[in-house]
Write a protein that binds this ligand. Structure first.
Ligand SMILES: [Zn+2]
Ligand SMILES: [Zn+2]
Length: 147
């Protein structure tokens, strides 16, 4: 049973804004090595949405990534602040919006994790690590507990 979730967001500097709606079963986390490399992060989470349902304002820079398989993907980002925004096919029919740039990202729970074969080994253990609320010297906390 999928819910439609209205989403909005954009890049860090605010030059680019995104509004759309995503079905809750169309949210994925990708643990492939390309996602790790592009993001500089352990994995990327995306909302998969047809191009007709996505409104993007502002000038997006794009990099054409060609995978080892020959698959071509446009990587959209802000040329000013560097925020990663989406990936899409060269014909721009289907967008994968990075959920980290969306205001609702806490609610955008991946329905599926893909490329698990390259997921970092520690990702399943982060809840058991040492956590503090803000900077390194701030107070200890237990993560993932709703207030
Ligand atoms: Zn920006
Ligand atoms: Zn990936």
């Amino acid at each position: 049973m999928a819910d439609a979730i209205k989403i909005n967001g954009g890049c860090y500097c605010g030059d680019i804004t995104i509004t759309s709606e995503v079905s809750s079963d169309k949210i994925m986390a990708c643990h492939c090595t390309d996602c790790q490399k592009f993001s500089g992060a352990p994995f990327r989470a995306v909302a998969v949405i047809a191009a007709d349902d996505v409104k993007i304002s502002g000038t997006v820079s794009e990099f054409l990534k060609i995978a080892k398989s020959g698959n071509e993907r446009l990587q959209g980002f802000c040329g000013k602040c560097g925020s990663h925004l989406y990936a899409t096919d060269p014909a721009k029919t289907l967008f994968m919006i990075r959920t980290g740039c969306l205001d609702q990202h806490h609610d955008l729970v991946p329905a599926k994790h893909i490329f698990g074969k390259s997921a970092v080994a520690w990702v399943g253990e982060i809840a058991d690590s040492s956590w503090v609320a803000e900077g390194p010297a701030s107070g200890a906390m237990t993560p993932f507990k709703k207030a």
